[in-house]
Design a protein around this ligand. Structure first.
Ligand code: BJW
Length: 243
């Protein structure tokens, strides 16, 4: 058994005894589905696009057409992408543990398409638009050349996502906090852990004596239980943990 096998086996053993597993996912879990992450130096969205222009309320106010075009393109790509083995492993885990709370920062909808239920979307969804006037949500909007408007009141629609400086959806955040405080196992998968408040969740779970797994492609610092770190692709490692 090499070291990776040992860590996987030790973590899988703890998972078998778990009562409540909380999972936080980030862009890395969808990378193997062909969806770019944000902060990869070569392929990350923020290496080509300016978050101030595309993911801030001020950027949208300045140029809603530019922002809508970017999100519409990303929605087309997300719809064309397929869930990968990591998404499917988490959907399977849901059936193996007494309770699972899946918290995602992703807006692509791939967890739901893999079969996960009750996904907590901390940063919104590419598949919804929100009325700037009354806050109503719309899933049937379309962006071609014209900016989309609310079918009820005619006001401008915006993507129903969370931009920098904006509050996260309150109910989603409350559920995420509650699961983090309650869980006995917390798994953080494919996130750089730099964007708050999501970045704090693994630390909080650890401070509450939960077993914490950090799974990331990039090198992680060495750890020992109750903190497990695995350096690898989510789509290769998760199916080995959830058999
Ligand atoms: C793999 C892999 C593979 C690759 N397998 N792994 C406290 C301190 C400092 C600042 C703040 C603070 N509290 C709030 C802030 C401000 C701000 C913030 O955190 N800024 C920091 C960047 C400094 N936060 C906010 O503004 C949030 N709002 C808020 O807190 O409101 C209250 C408040 C406001 C202001 C001040 C104080 C309080 C809102 C954050 C909204 C984030 N929005 C975005 C865009 C969403 C819509 C869209 O998609 O367009 O969310 S930004 C972007 O980052 C997106 C992501 O969800 C988020 C996180 O990124 P993620 O998922 O971690 O992706 P990457 O690319 O960073 O990492 C991918 C990882 O995967 C890498 O590590 C790879 O190695 C790995 N990987 N392939 C496994 N196959």
């Amino acid at each position: 058994m090499d070291n990776l096998d040992t860590v996987i086996a030790a973590f899988a053993n703890r998972l078998r005894l778990a009562h409540h597993v909380a999972v936080l996912t980030g862009a890395g879990i969808s990378a193997e589905s062909g969806i770019p992450t944000f902060r990869d130096a070569q392929t990350g969205l923020w290496s080509h696009f300016d978050p101030e222009e595309l993911a801030s309320p001020a950027g949208f106010a300045r140029n809603p057409t530019l922002v809508w075009r970017w999100y519409a393109e990303r929605r087309v790509k997300a719809c064309a992408a397929q869930p990968n083995p990591a998404h499917y492993a988490l959907a399977k885990l849901d059936k193996h543990v007494p309770r699972l709370t899946l918290i995602t920062q992703n807006i692509d909808g791939l967890h739901q398409r893999a079969g996960s239920r009750n996904v907590i979307e901390l940063h919104g969804s590419l598949h919804r638009a929100r009325c700037m006037a009354d806050g109503s949500l719309h899933t049937t909007w379309d962006y071609a050349e014209e900016l989309p408007h609310c079918p009820d009141c005619g006001a401008l629609l915006r993507p129903d996502v969370v931009w920098f400086g904006e509050m996260l959806p309150q109910t989603a955040l409350e559920k995420a906090w509650a699961a983090t405080l309650d869980c006995d196992i917390f798994m953080s998968i494919g996130t750089s852990g730099v964007v708050e408040p999501a970045a704090s969740l693994p630390r909080i779970a650890l401070s509450r004596n939960a077993t914490v797994l950090i799974l990331n492609l990039e090198q992680q610092t060495a750890a020992r239980p109750p903190l497990f770190t695995i350096n690898g692709k989510a789509g290769e490692i998760l199916p080995r943990i959830v058999k």
